[in-house]
Design a protein around this ligand. Structure first.
Ligand code: PLP
Length: 231
């Protein structure tokens, strides 16, 4: 989101008394070069609007999905209330995870550079694989993050997801990521897996599509048995 739009959004939302929750979990993951971003609240034009903004982040995408450590950045008063309410739900984040997170943060720039390189290459592989296996689909240009939205040309995302599951490929349909009824013409394809896995997953996705999930290709190819690929 361009900085100017962030400022306008904050003015409109915080100005009308709403809280703003900005999820910046993947914001530092650029394709090409790592990028530094200012916390969302830094874009508030009026200082008191900062108190209405909660920025959430996690090491789950930038460092490793197995490291279950995230954070909330907000005004101290709000953090105090969140901390108090959390104690009701669990006993806190494990010490072991917190120590690992601390080590990761000490080497964060290096990790981010490596991760950016890795994701850039995987993104390239995914886009090339799409052009090869599903040339009629239109991936949106991605500048970062860990997934790409793809226009599949018809409202068949849920159908495709079910057909893919039959082939043991688990891909949540587009509407899972929006309000009910939206994104049925889209799929969200993660490119966080290694290149070889992505290629196998795309082959299997193409089979699900051509085997009947995409009406344009209905009845073309019979699904073969793949077992390893999972998106
Ligand atoms: C935008 C965004 N925020 C937050 C999360 C949750 O991340 P984690 O549970 O790994 O901390 C995800 C996971 O997919 C995500 O895509």
């Amino acid at each position: 989101m361009p900085d100017g739009l962030k400022s306008r959004l904050i003015t409109a939302l915080a100005g009308s008394g709403a809280y703003v929750i900005a999820d910046e979990t993947t914001a530092e993951l650029a394709l090409g070069e790592p990028r530094r971003i200012a916390p969302f609240a830094a874009h508030a034009e009026q200082e008191h609007h900062q108190d209405a903004i909660l920025t959430v982040g996690s090491l789950g995408k930038t460092v490793w999905g197995g490291l279950r450590v995230g954070w909330i950045r907000a005004a101290p008063e709000l953090i105090g209330r969140l901390e108090a309410s959390r104690r009701i739900g669990d006993l806190g984040t494990g010490v072991w995870e917190q120590v690992l997170a601390l080590h990761a943060l000490e080497q964060y720039d290096g990790i981010l550079a490596e991760r950016t390189q890795q994701l850039t290459s995987r993104h390239r592989a995914l886009v090339a694989g799409l052009a090869e296996h599903l040339p009629e689909w239109r991936p949106s240009p991605a500048v970062g993050g860990v997934c790409v939205w793809v226009d599949i040309g018809e409202r068949a995302s849920s159908r495709l997801s079910r057909a893919a599951a039959e082939l043991d490929l688990h891909l949540p349909p587009g509407p899972r990521f929006g309000s009910p009824g939206t994104f049925e013409r889209f799929v969200r394809l993660p490119f966080s897996a290694p290149e070889a896995t992505l290629d196998k997953a795309l082959q299997r996705l193409a089979q699900a599509w051509n085997g009947g999930a995409g009406s344009a290709g209905a009845g073309r190819a019979a699904p073969a048995a793949f077992t390893e690929a999972v998106i």
